[in-house]
Design a protein around this ligand. Sequence first.
Ligand SMILES: [Zn+2]
Length: 330
Amino acid sequence: MKQTITELQPRLTEHFMKLIEAGKLSHAYLFAGPAGTGKSELALFVAQIVFCTDKQAGMPCGRCSECRRIADHGFPDVVEVAPDGASIKVDQIRFLKAEFSKSGVEGTKKIFIISDAEKMTASAANSLLKFLEEPSGDVCAFLLTENANLILPTIISRCQEFELQALGFDELSEKLQQAGISKDKASLLLGLTDSLEIAIELSKDDGFAAMTADVWEWFKLIMTNDLRAFVNVTTHLKQYFSDRSRQDMLLDLIVLLVRDVMLLKFEEHGRTSFAMHHDELRAFSEKISTQRACQATELVLDSRKLQAINVSFQNILETLTLKLVSCYHE
Ligand SMILES: [Zn+2]
């Protein structure tokens, strides 16, 4: 299930349909919002509204040659720029401006989309600024960013700014359940990501399901003050150490567990990520002090710092195991 932009940003897609219908599209827009909120999809959708040859009530058809080429990033009058390496360089903006100065290949209008706009070098930003101050021809620029604070205020002042909000937990959970994922599993997935696509991908990943089960078995030993948890690191968890992204996932799951325990100290009916084990986690949280529950969370966050400086991951987890057992039980 891939979400369409009209589902993800119903208000904004509607807004742009009306705006273009009324002939009021501006010269420059800034779309700011976290990953997964549909910034580039929205910009491409606006381009489709502009160029679609078979619109129905303001809505692009998605099937005509224009719509399809825009979706495939192959339409000559929609030019996209993304960081080349770590930054967007001044030459890339010069190229854009050269494109701006030509008239459209297929029509008179041109649309430009700059992804990760906060990554423009200072000279690229200044070059773009000059253009935004004196736009030439019938052009519309979309600047996309996860962090508008890193963009020159002078550039922002030339753009109409829209903040794209992620869907809330309940809406996301609802959508995951519509995709056939259980409510409890949805809670776990949404503890790890607020991207619907990533959540659905993870839900189909057998490795992820196995890791979740193994982490839970390990944590159960810790909750029962059973030092076999230490051995369990080698016998069960070690298989996930080889790859950095799996290590991250493992630590993320452990963070969720200790957070659940802490959360339940404050809110007996709180929304746990390991919702499928809610009752066991709650019974455990009742036995320990709030202070210990908080300390345990700190211990796990410290492990992440050690991982960042490349301490052996096996050492990190073995040490964490011993520290958690003593934190919870001594
Ligand atoms: Zn179309």
